[in-house]
Structures are given as structure tokens and as C-alpha cells.
Design a protein around this ligand. Structure first.
Ligand code: ZN
Length: 286
């Protein structure tokens, strides 16, 4: 047997120059993931320091069918939301906002639920997996602000002062069972029932179809697809890379570490977003 050829069937460009050449063409649709928010102190589920190994995220099945599991979710989330709410956009979020303000973006789709794109200046962000700043009632469908729920929870739990540094990306914190059981949950203000659910897509839950179709439309009309900080492990994001590649729309991926889309990337930069994006915005957005 002879050695495999040095270059694979597809060799992606790896330079910032190549990325800039693509983005300057405009109509770029951004697809961002947890890696964009790690510099803001929100840990990555699946990256090198990912929490998935020691923490199983809440599933839709458990949340809707296991009252005790749901109760514990809200107790952990009551604590974890402190950090999510206190998180600030980082240089990567601001760079995306600048690229958009410069007219180079055709859309921003995020898998993140932390609201940091918007806080960093981006507009018309499609929150593929929803947002932690809202709750939805599973009985009446009422959507309410999470901040309002937090005030009610603080009133109902004046002595629930548990603190933890183990916060997961969905605002879910690690707490001992005996602490969780002492938590008091409240009901929906609109119907008096519930249960209340954060307005996010849990693992095992389907992204609403109209939201997916809207994103497919953005990708199909785009000049290129730019993936930022996602390993593309879940199909809910990966399918947009597949669609772009199928239509011959160039795909660029900036992520620290390998991704499932690497074989389909025209430009692939394996470096921290906090270095690449400010440099890119500095070149193209003044
Ligand atoms: Zn309700």
C-alpha cells in the first residue's frame, strides 16, 4: 500500500485572508454556537472543557413527564440564572454586530439561548433554540419575562441562598438533592396553572417548524454561511451546513477544535473566536 495523498478530496483554505475575501462579498448568514459565548463565562456543552461529560442536560421528556425532575430543574435554574443574567457580550459578539452594521450579513442564526448576540449589537437574531429571558406556560401558552418570574421566585424562596460555581449553558446549576427539595416553585400568572417552562428547546425537543423554514430561507438566499463556535454536533444546526453545501453556497467555519462540518468547509479556521472575529471586523467594518 502506498501512503494516502497529502491533500484530501477537499482542502479548505485556512487563512484569515480567505475568510475576509468571502465575508467582504456580503450576504453572509452567521450560525453561532456555544463556543461564541465561552469568553463571556458561559461554558461550552461539548468543547474541550465541555460540561456534557459530567452533566446530563435536561430533556424535554424529563421536563414534561417528571414533576420532581422539573422541580429540580427550576431550583437549579433559579441559582444558575444569576450568572446567565450577569453575562456580558464579548469581543466576538461585538464583532458580529459590527459586521452586521457594515451591511455584510444576511442574517444571524444562533443556537445559544443567552441573548448575548443582541446585547452585542446584533439585530433580527433568530434564536434557533429559544431564549432564557422568557418563559412559556405549557397549559395556556402565555409567554412572560423570566425577570418577572425571578422576582416571584425570590419572594417565594427568601432563604434559598444556595450558591454554586458549577453553571451549565442552559442556566442549570449543580446542587445537592436535599437543597433542591426545599425550593418553592410558582405557577403561571395568566392561568394559575402550568407548568412553566423556559422558552428554550430542550434536548429531545423539536425546533418549531416555521422557525426552521425561516432559517433555511435565510441560508438559501445567502452568499455564504459562516459557522462560529459550534462543533455542529446536533442536527438542528448541522442541517444548515448540509443545505448550503448542497446548493454550492460557500461554507466557512471558525471554531477552536474539530467540527462535523469540516469536510464541507471552503474556509476553515481552527482558532479562538476572540482573536479571529475582532481582526475580521477590524479589516472589513472599520
Ligand atoms: Zn398558563
Amino acid at each position: 500500500m502506498t501512503a494516502a495523498p497529502a491533500a484530501g478530496p477537499r482542502a479548505a483554505a485556512t487563512s484569515l485572508d480567505a475568510l475576509a475575501d468571502l465575508v467582504v462579498e456580503g450576504d453572509v448568514v452567521v450560525l453561532s454556537g456555544a463556543g461564541l459565548s465561552t469568553d463571556s463565562g458561559i461554558p461550552d456543552y461539548r468543547g474541550a472543557t465541555g460540561s456534557l461529560r459530567r452533566h446530563t442536560p435536561m430533556t424535554y421528556e424529563t421536563f414534561t413527564r417528571d414533576p420532581r425532575g422539573r422541580h429540580r430543574y427550576w431550583a437549579r435554574s433559579f441559582v444558575g440564572w444569576r450568572r446567565i443574567r450577569g453575562a456580558r457580550p464579548n469581543a466576538g459578539h461585538h464583532a458580529v454586530g459590527r459586521l452586521q452594521a457594515a451591511g455584510l450579513l444576511g442574517g444571524v442564526i444562533t443556537q445559544n439561548v443567552d441573548g448575548l448576540h443582541q446585547a452585542g449589537g446584533a439585530r433580527d437574531v433568530v434564536e434557533l433554540h429559544g431564549g432564557l429571558d422568557r418563559t412559556v406556560c405549557l397549559s395556556c401558552g402565555d409567554v412572560a419575562e423570566r425577570a418577572a418570574l425571578d422576582e416571584r421566585l425570590q419572594a417565594a424562596n427568601p432563604f434559598f441562598g444556595a450558591r454554586t460555581d458549577e453553571i451549565n449553558p442552559d442556566g442549570d446549576a449543580e446542587l445537592p438533592d436535599e437543597v433542591l427539595d426545599g425550593f418553592v416553585m410558582v405557577d403561571c400568572l395568566a392561568c394559575g396553572g402550568g407548568p412553566l417552562k423556559p422558552d428554550v428547546v430542550f434536548f429531545g425537543e423539536t425546533v418549531p417548524r416555521d422557525r426552521v423554514e425561516h432559517c433555511f430561507g435565510l441560508v438559501e438566499r445567502s452568499g455564504s454561511l459562516l459557522v462560529l463556535g459550534s462543533s455542529l454536533t446536533v442536527m438542528s444546526g448541522y442541517r444548515f451546513v448540509l443545505r448550503a453545501a448542497k446548493l454550492g453556497i460557500p461554507v466557512a467555519i471558525v471554531n477552536a477544535g474539530p467540527t462535523r462540518g469540516d469536510d464541507r468547509a471552503d474556509v476553515r479556521i481552527d482558532a479562538p473566536l476572540g482573536e479571529v472575529l475582532p481582526e475580521l471586523a477590524g479589516r472589513l467594518a472599520g
